[in-house]
Design a protein around this ligand. Structure first.
Ligand code: DCP
Length: 230
Protein backbone atom coordinates (compact mmCIF):
# COMPACT_ATOMS: atom_id res chain seq x y z
CA UNK A 1 0.00 0.00 0.00
CA UNK A 2 0.92 3.61 -0.42
CA UNK A 3 1.75 4.32 3.19
CA UNK A 4 4.08 1.36 3.30
CA UNK A 5 5.80 2.37 0.08
CA UNK A 6 6.31 5.90 1.38
CA UNK A 7 7.96 4.56 4.48
CA UNK A 8 10.19 2.16 2.54
CA UNK A 9 11.30 5.04 0.38
CA UNK A 10 12.06 7.06 3.52
CA UNK A 11 14.29 4.20 4.63
CA UNK A 12 16.17 4.10 1.36
CA UNK A 13 16.52 7.86 1.22
CA UNK A 14 17.48 8.02 4.87
CA UNK A 15 20.84 9.16 6.17
CA UNK A 16 24.00 8.02 4.45
CA UNK A 17 25.03 4.38 4.23
CA UNK A 18 27.28 2.88 6.90
CA UNK A 19 29.82 0.06 7.25
CA UNK A 20 27.67 -1.66 9.81
CA UNK A 21 24.15 -1.18 11.12
CA UNK A 22 21.88 -2.27 13.96
CA UNK A 23 18.29 -3.26 13.22
CA UNK A 24 15.62 -3.57 15.94
CA UNK A 25 12.79 -5.92 14.97
CA UNK A 26 9.51 -4.91 16.58
CA UNK A 27 5.94 -6.16 16.66
CA UNK A 28 3.23 -7.54 18.92
CA UNK A 29 3.51 -10.93 20.64
CA UNK A 30 3.03 -13.51 17.89
CA UNK A 31 3.64 -11.06 15.04
CA UNK A 32 6.38 -13.28 13.59
CA UNK A 33 9.63 -11.73 14.77
CA UNK A 34 11.26 -15.11 15.33
CA UNK A 35 10.38 -16.22 11.77
CA UNK A 36 11.79 -12.97 10.41
CA UNK A 37 15.03 -13.38 12.38
CA UNK A 38 15.29 -17.04 11.42
CA UNK A 39 15.12 -16.00 7.76
CA UNK A 40 17.93 -13.44 8.20
CA UNK A 41 20.19 -15.80 10.15
CA UNK A 42 21.25 -17.53 6.94
CA UNK A 43 22.99 -14.48 5.47
CA UNK A 44 26.70 -14.29 6.29
CA UNK A 45 26.46 -10.49 6.76
CA UNK A 46 23.86 -10.82 9.53
CA UNK A 47 24.29 -11.52 13.21
CA UNK A 48 21.05 -12.23 15.06
CA UNK A 49 21.23 -11.76 18.81
CA UNK A 50 19.94 -14.80 20.70
CA UNK A 51 16.28 -14.73 21.68
CA UNK A 52 16.11 -12.82 24.97
CA UNK A 53 12.94 -14.69 26.00
CA UNK A 54 15.10 -17.73 26.81
CA UNK A 55 17.03 -15.62 29.30
CA UNK A 56 13.83 -14.24 30.83
CA UNK A 57 12.62 -17.78 31.44
CA UNK A 58 15.73 -18.71 33.37
CA UNK A 59 17.19 -16.00 35.60
CA UNK A 60 19.36 -18.11 37.87
CA UNK A 61 16.63 -20.71 37.77
CA UNK A 62 13.62 -18.35 38.00
CA UNK A 63 11.11 -18.22 35.15
CA UNK A 64 10.36 -14.50 35.36
CA UNK A 65 8.10 -14.54 32.28
CA UNK A 66 5.88 -17.10 33.97
CA UNK A 67 5.87 -15.17 37.26
CA UNK A 68 4.87 -12.00 35.41
CA UNK A 69 1.94 -13.65 33.59
CA UNK A 70 0.75 -15.41 36.77
CA UNK A 71 0.79 -12.28 38.94
CA UNK A 72 1.64 -9.14 36.99
CA UNK A 73 1.00 -6.70 39.84
CA UNK A 74 3.59 -8.48 41.96
CA UNK A 75 6.19 -9.44 39.36
CA UNK A 76 6.12 -7.08 36.41
CA UNK A 77 8.67 -4.68 37.94
CA UNK A 78 11.10 -7.57 38.47
CA UNK A 79 10.43 -8.94 34.98
CA UNK A 80 10.62 -5.61 33.14
CA UNK A 81 13.80 -4.62 35.04
CA UNK A 82 15.43 -7.76 33.76
CA UNK A 83 14.07 -7.20 30.24
CA UNK A 84 15.60 -3.72 30.39
CA UNK A 85 18.97 -5.18 31.36
CA UNK A 86 18.95 -7.76 28.52
CA UNK A 87 17.96 -5.05 26.03
CA UNK A 88 20.72 -2.73 27.23
CA UNK A 89 23.17 -5.63 26.83
CA UNK A 90 21.93 -6.16 23.28
CA UNK A 91 22.28 -2.49 22.36
CA UNK A 92 25.82 -2.33 23.76
CA UNK A 93 27.07 -5.63 22.34
CA UNK A 94 29.75 -4.94 19.74
CA UNK A 95 29.00 -6.04 16.21
CA UNK A 96 30.68 -9.12 14.82
CA UNK A 97 29.11 -8.71 11.35
CA UNK A 98 27.88 -5.84 9.24
CA UNK A 99 24.22 -6.19 10.26
CA UNK A 100 23.29 -6.71 13.92
CA UNK A 101 19.64 -7.71 14.39
CA UNK A 102 17.93 -7.45 17.74
CA UNK A 103 14.55 -8.85 18.71
CA UNK A 104 12.88 -5.78 20.21
CA UNK A 105 14.66 -2.93 21.95
CA UNK A 106 14.74 -0.77 25.06
CA UNK A 107 12.17 1.42 23.31
CA UNK A 108 9.39 -1.13 22.85
CA UNK A 109 10.00 -2.48 26.35
CA UNK A 110 9.27 0.97 27.73
CA UNK A 111 6.84 2.47 25.21
CA UNK A 112 4.72 -0.63 24.66
CA UNK A 113 5.08 -3.24 27.40
CA UNK A 114 5.69 -1.16 30.53
CA UNK A 115 3.15 1.38 29.30
CA UNK A 116 0.62 -1.38 28.73
CA UNK A 117 1.10 -2.90 32.18
CA UNK A 118 0.73 0.48 33.87
CA UNK A 119 -2.23 1.62 31.81
CA UNK A 120 -3.95 -1.72 32.32
CA UNK A 121 -3.69 -1.33 36.10
CA UNK A 122 -1.28 -4.27 36.32
CA UNK A 123 1.74 -2.22 37.44
CA UNK A 124 1.71 0.07 40.50
CA UNK A 125 2.58 3.70 39.80
CA UNK A 126 5.74 3.56 41.92
CA UNK A 127 7.07 0.61 39.85
CA UNK A 128 6.26 2.49 36.65
CA UNK A 129 8.08 5.58 37.99
CA UNK A 130 11.20 3.55 38.88
CA UNK A 131 11.35 1.88 35.45
CA UNK A 132 10.82 5.24 33.75
CA UNK A 133 13.71 6.79 35.71
CA UNK A 134 15.95 3.88 34.83
CA UNK A 135 14.95 4.05 31.15
CA UNK A 136 15.52 7.82 31.10
CA UNK A 137 18.99 7.41 32.55
CA UNK A 138 20.04 4.73 30.05
CA UNK A 139 18.71 6.51 26.98
CA UNK A 140 20.25 9.83 28.05
CA UNK A 141 23.68 8.47 28.94
CA UNK A 142 24.15 5.64 26.48
CA UNK A 143 23.90 5.38 22.71
CA UNK A 144 21.49 2.61 21.74
CA UNK A 145 22.95 2.58 18.22
CA UNK A 146 19.71 1.70 16.42
CA UNK A 147 19.89 2.53 12.69
CA UNK A 148 16.63 1.01 11.56
CA UNK A 149 13.40 -0.26 13.08
CA UNK A 150 11.51 -3.02 11.29
CA UNK A 151 7.87 -3.18 12.37
CA UNK A 152 6.08 -6.45 11.74
CA UNK A 153 2.58 -5.08 11.70
CA UNK A 154 -0.06 -7.73 12.36
CA UNK A 155 -3.67 -7.63 13.52
CA UNK A 156 -4.18 -8.77 17.11
CA UNK A 157 -6.46 -11.59 15.86
CA UNK A 158 -3.63 -12.95 13.70
CA UNK A 159 -1.21 -12.71 16.64
CA UNK A 160 -3.65 -14.59 18.84
CA UNK A 161 -3.97 -17.49 16.43
CA UNK A 162 -0.17 -17.73 16.10
CA UNK A 163 0.23 -17.68 19.88
CA UNK A 164 -2.27 -20.55 20.14
CA UNK A 165 -0.48 -22.48 17.45
CA UNK A 166 2.95 -22.23 19.04
CA UNK A 167 1.52 -23.11 22.43
CA UNK A 168 4.13 -21.45 24.68
CA UNK A 169 2.93 -22.50 28.10
CA UNK A 170 3.41 -19.09 29.84
CA UNK A 171 1.27 -17.30 27.23
CA UNK A 172 -1.83 -19.45 27.29
CA UNK A 173 -3.71 -17.01 29.48
CA UNK A 174 -2.88 -13.88 27.44
CA UNK A 175 -6.28 -12.30 26.74
CA UNK A 176 -7.31 -10.71 23.45
CA UNK A 177 -7.66 -7.36 25.24
CA UNK A 178 -3.97 -7.48 26.18
CA UNK A 179 -2.96 -8.09 22.55
CA UNK A 180 -5.27 -5.30 21.38
CA UNK A 181 -3.85 -2.72 23.75
CA UNK A 182 -0.27 -3.78 22.97
CA UNK A 183 -1.10 -3.42 19.28
CA UNK A 184 -2.51 0.07 19.86
CA UNK A 185 0.67 1.07 21.72
CA UNK A 186 2.88 -0.18 18.88
CA UNK A 187 0.72 1.81 16.46
CA UNK A 188 0.89 4.92 18.66
CA UNK A 189 4.64 4.71 18.88
CA UNK A 190 5.59 3.63 15.37
CA UNK A 191 2.83 4.72 13.01
CA UNK A 192 1.18 7.73 14.62
CA UNK A 193 4.34 8.92 16.37
CA UNK A 194 2.00 10.47 18.87
CA UNK A 195 3.73 10.14 22.13
CA UNK A 196 7.30 8.97 21.74
CA UNK A 197 9.91 10.05 19.24
CA UNK A 198 11.13 7.45 16.78
CA UNK A 199 14.80 6.71 17.46
CA UNK A 200 15.55 5.59 13.87
CA UNK A 201 13.99 5.31 10.39
CA UNK A 202 11.17 2.80 10.11
CA UNK A 203 10.38 -0.04 7.72
CA UNK A 204 6.84 -1.40 8.05
CA UNK A 205 6.05 -4.93 6.92
CA UNK A 206 2.48 -6.14 6.67
CA UNK A 207 2.83 -9.33 8.68
CA UNK A 208 -0.76 -10.61 8.37
CA UNK A 209 -0.10 -12.83 5.38
CA UNK A 210 0.61 -16.49 5.71
CA UNK A 211 4.14 -17.70 5.82
CA UNK A 212 4.66 -18.37 2.08
CA UNK A 213 3.74 -14.78 1.19
CA UNK A 214 5.73 -13.43 4.09
CA UNK A 215 8.97 -14.73 2.62
CA UNK A 216 8.49 -12.51 -0.45
CA UNK A 217 8.14 -9.55 1.90
CA UNK A 218 11.21 -10.59 3.85
CA UNK A 219 13.12 -10.74 0.56
CA UNK A 220 12.09 -7.15 -0.22
CA UNK A 221 13.01 -6.06 3.29
CA UNK A 222 16.42 -7.65 2.83
CA UNK A 223 17.08 -5.44 -0.21
CA UNK A 224 16.12 -2.35 1.75
CA UNK A 225 18.16 -3.27 4.79
CA UNK A 226 21.27 -4.17 2.82
CA UNK A 227 20.95 -0.93 0.85
CA UNK A 228 21.86 0.89 4.04
CA UNK A 229 25.31 -0.71 3.99
CA UNK A 230 28.14 0.98 2.19
N1 DCP B 1 7.28 -9.55 26.82
C1 DCP B 1 6.90 -8.67 27.83
N2 DCP B 1 7.55 -7.48 27.98
C2 DCP B 1 8.54 -7.13 27.14
C3 DCP B 1 8.92 -7.97 26.09
C4 DCP B 1 8.25 -9.19 25.95
O1 DCP B 1 5.98 -8.99 28.59
N3 DCP B 1 9.16 -5.97 27.34
C5 DCP B 1 6.65 -10.89 26.72
C6 DCP B 1 5.67 -11.03 25.60
C7 DCP B 1 5.79 -12.49 25.23
C8 DCP B 1 7.20 -12.89 25.59
O2 DCP B 1 7.66 -11.86 26.47
O3 DCP B 1 4.90 -13.28 26.00
C9 DCP B 1 8.10 -13.03 24.39
O4 DCP B 1 7.95 -11.84 23.68
P1 DCP B 1 8.29 -11.51 22.20
O5 DCP B 1 7.07 -10.90 21.60
O6 DCP B 1 9.54 -10.71 22.24
O7 DCP B 1 8.64 -12.84 21.44
P2 DCP B 1 7.71 -13.71 20.57
O8 DCP B 1 8.35 -15.06 20.54
O9 DCP B 1 6.33 -13.63 21.11
O10 DCP B 1 7.80 -13.01 19.17
P3 DCP B 1 7.17 -13.51 17.80
O11 DCP B 1 5.96 -14.29 18.09
O12 DCP B 1 6.89 -12.26 17.06
O13 DCP B 1 8.23 -14.33 17.18
Amino acid sequence: NLENRERCRAVLDGPQTKDSITVAVEGNIGSGKSTFLQYFKKFPEVEVLPEPVNKWKDVQGFNTLDLMYKDASRWSLAFQSYVQLTMAEGHKKSKSKSVKMMERSLYSARNCFVENLYKGGLMPEVDYAILSEFYGWITTNEDTNVDLIVYLRADPEVCQSRIRLRNRQEEQGVPMEYLKSLHALHEDWLIDENKFKLPAPLLVIDANSDISQLYTKFEEAKEQIFAKLS
